[in-house]
Design a protein around this ligand. Structure first.
Ligand SMILES: Nc1ncnc2c1ncn2[C@@H]1O[C@H](COP(=O)(O)OP(=O)(O)OP(=O)(O)O)[C@@H](O)[C@H]1O
Length: 257
């Protein structure tokens, strides 16, 4: 379970540009939930993910993971239980290293590296099998540098790498936004499969209302640092784009998008 409790977050405090993004913000995600988060530009979606992952500190309030306060725990330690995939496929992988080296590095996330060889050769068949499951032919490109892959291939690899350690949470920050529609669909199906197979608790920020309606078991819409819609259960299972489009247009117009 993940909880943001009474969160306050100010940007540029003490300046003319001071902005209170979150004011007594509450957000709770149950174990195993797959939450799609949509919202207007600047509504605080990425900031919320940054607070969860520890890349940003709240000014007040508490963040709890499985009822334990983690607010003061540093990002790199918090990421032991969290996998994160970014919008930019370049962010989750290292372009000058091969697929094999990237996977080896991902498997050692959080561990201290010595000067021993980077890749355990015995792991190759296992990595190969994991890559084959992506269905993109990456298993035959294990010695190819990641910088030479397409955005979609790279994002699929980022996704795979983000769950190579036994994480409990998957944080997806517009992870299909930079991909063409067909590739985005492939990555989305892959995401859904991974979340279900590994029984992860997932939070997916997306601007794609179709994905938000189609995937996950809860849909949250954010606006100006607040959740203005929170749908789950049967209501979420039955939701269609048209059911959320009205509210989405309303908040988008309000903030000039
Ligand atoms: N580091 C920062 N310094 C100052 N203001 C910031 C900073 N990060 C975010 N903001 C502001 O906080 C608000 C929320 O930003 P955030 O990126 O969380 O929104 P978002 O919902 O993810 O937006 P988008 O959909 O456009 O990506 C915006 O007004 C943004 O300008």
């Amino acid at each position: 379970m993940l909880e943001l409790k009474n969160i306050y977050k100010y940007y540029n405090p003490g300046t003319v540009n001071e902005m209170c993004l979150f004011e007594d913000f509450q957000f709770m995600v149950q174990k195993g939930e797959f939450v799609s988060v949509v919202g207007s530009n600047g509504s605080g979606k990425t900031s919320m993910l940054n607070l969860i992952c520890g890349s940003m500190q709240p000014d007040r309030g508490e963040i709890l993971i499985n009822n334990k306060p983690v607010t003061k725990i540093k990002e790199y330690k918090r990421l032991a239980s969290i996998g994160r995939v970014y919008q930019n496929p370049a962010l989750g992988t290292c372009p000058d290293m091969t697929i094999l080296e990237n996977m080896s590095m991902a498997e050692h996330k959080g561990k201290i590296f010595g000067l021993q060889r980077g890749t355990n050769r015995k792991k190759i068949p296992e990595y190969r099998e994991q890559l084959a499951q992506l269905g993109l032919g990456l298993e035959d490109k294990m010695q190819v540098k990641v910088g030479a892959l397409s955005g979609g291939q790279r994002q699929a690899l980022s996704l795979l790498m983000s769950v190579m350690t036994p994480v409990e949470f998957l944080i997806l920050d517009e992870h299909t936004a930079a991909l063409d529609p067909k590739t985005a669909d492939i990555i989305m199906q892959l995401t859904d499969r991974i979340v279900k197979e590994k029984k992860l608790t997932a939070i997916m920020v997306t601007h794609n209302l179709r994905y938000a309606a189609e995937y996950g078991d809860r849909l949250v819409m954010m606006h100006q640092g607040k959740a203005v819609m929170d749908m789950k259960g049967e209501k979420k299972q039955k939701v269609q784009i048209d059911d959320i489009l009205g509210k989405f247009n309303e908040i988008s117009i309000e903030c000039g998008n």
